[in-house]
Design a protein around this ligand. Sequence first.
Ligand code: 9UX
Length: 72
Amino acid sequence: VSSKALFSVTGMTCSACAASVEKAVKRLPGIRQALVDLLNNRAQVLFYPSFVTEESIREAIEDAGFGATLLR
Ligand code: 9UX
């Protein structure tokens, strides 16, 4: 069973930024899907909570150089 998390992501100014965020999230274990919406500054992630937490996803986005806040 996967969970869904929605993050607000700051600092994305081009589509390559959005691709970096997506790549950083997909590198983690337990990620089913990562969708980045550049225009709305959002990232929606489907993940398996036994393998990865919302907080580690948030940190991976920050480590890629962007700001991330868990919305829900
Ligand atoms: Mo291009 Mo997005 O340098 O930072 S990847 S604007």
